[in-house]
Design a protein around this ligand. Structure first.
Ligand SMILES: *[C@@H]1O[C@H](CO)[C@@H](O)[C@H](O)[C@H]1NC(C)=O
Ligand SMILES: *[C@@H]1O[C@H](CO)[C@@H](O)[C@H](O)[C@H]1NC(C)=O
Length: 327
């Protein structure tokens, strides 16, 4: 009898331990957050981005074209050579160039893989369109990548507009440059346009296990100001200058697009929301390609299909008038 009771107790104990372990496991992110918050409440000292530290002599810089209307900065991973190749062959190709002056530069960070590094050097010798910065290439360093690219663009190229996008995106290089030339705010105006992130998704992620985790120390409010999704946004030269000035005092957070929104707000630049920057949708018709400026979610193979659709708009969309505004 006594032995059976001891066994019963043992089993009960086991179940209880397992249950509490499960509970702990389920609430691990809240627990971690509380923990992080406890050690992390001190506001950081207002240190912004140290721009000189991002510049590297490792790789020859690309040459800027003169009198540039639009510089397209494509955030790319070092090992995404297929994506860069597909972009060079499609929407960035000189054969797609209209009279307008635009240029594509890929933003890449340092890699510890010696063989890959060697391949990137060779790639640069063939195309001279890669800007390498002095930061380790990682998701959490994306903010440094974009800030380096923007600083380089504003100092060395001085284009009238900068478009930041990613290497899985398609850019409408047939229509975008002339659209900007004819309908931009003019050389002295501020423009910050892109796909606005809805308010629900602007909540700061405090889960330390998330890629987009931001601590209270890095950013205290619980909601980001309005910002454009990182798939693609355009800033005018003057907006870029003001944004870069703000970045010298606003501490960076690892969420690149939200950081840009914080800087824009600090610089007093409002976001212009536009549906012309969108996730790829297979239901689109050919004529949608005349309206869209940046499309996200393309594999290297998809780039050729998208370009084919864009080319077809020239002959099959005469009936629909071109939309002359961002919205
Ligand atoms: C970002 O880059 C810096 C400079 O190279 C490096 O020290 C740091 O570890 C990188 N951070 C991440 C999260 O990769
Ligand atoms: C549309 O316009 C282009 C150039 O103006 C012309 O070459 C083409 O034949 C037209 N297509 C149709 C279907 O009207």
């Amino acid at each position: 009898m006594a032995i059976r009771r001891v066994w019963c107790l043992k089993v009960l104990l086991c179940v209880a331990v397992c249950f509490s372990f499960l509970q702990l496991w389920n609430s691990r992110s809240q627990l971690l957050e509380r923990w992080f918050r406890f050690f992390d409440f001190a506001p950081s000292g207002g240190k912004g981005i140290n721009f000189p530290s991002l510049f590297s002599e490792e790789l020859t810089e690309p040459e800027c074209r003169t009198e540039l209307l639009l510089l397209i900065l494509v955030a790319s991973k070092p090992d995404h050579q297929d994506s860069r190749k597909a972009i060079r062959r499609t929407w960035a190709s000189p054969t797609e160039r209209t009279v307008d002056n635009w240029q594509v530069v890929f933003l890449v960070g340092r890699t510890l893989d010696v063989e890959l590094d060697w391949r990137i050097h060779n790639e640069q010798k063939a195309s001279y369109d890669i800007l390498m910065g002095d930061y380790l290439d990682s998701y959490r360093n994306l903010t440094l990548k974009v800030m380096h690219g923007m600083k380089w663009a504003a100092d060395r190229c001085r284009p009238r507009y900068i478009l930041k996008t990613d290497d899985d995106c398609f850019v409408n290089t047939h229509y975008l440059p002339s659209f900007l030339r004819d309908r931009g705010p003019g050389s002295s105006g501020h423009l910050y346009v892109g796909s606005a992130v809805p308010e629900k998704k602007r909540v700061v992620i405090r889960d330390p296990l998330s890629e987009r985790y931001v601590s209270y120390r890095e950013y205290e409010p619980n909601l980001y100001p309005p910002y454009a999704n990182g798939i693609g946004y355009i800033v005018s030269f003057h907006a870029a200058k003001s944004i870069l000035r703000a970045a010298r005092t606003v501490p960076p957070i690892p969420v690149e697009d939200a950081y840009l929104g914080i800087l824009a707000e600090r610089a007093g630049i409002g976001l212009l929301a536009s549906p012309r920057f969108a996730q790829r949708n297979l239901k689109w018709s050919v004529c949608n390609y005349r309206f869209l400026m940046v499309i996200r979610g393309l594999s290297p193979e998809d780039q050729a299909l998208a370009l084919e659709n864009l080319r077809r708009t020239r002959t099959s969309c005469n009936h629909s008038a071109e939309v002359a505004h961002w919205r």
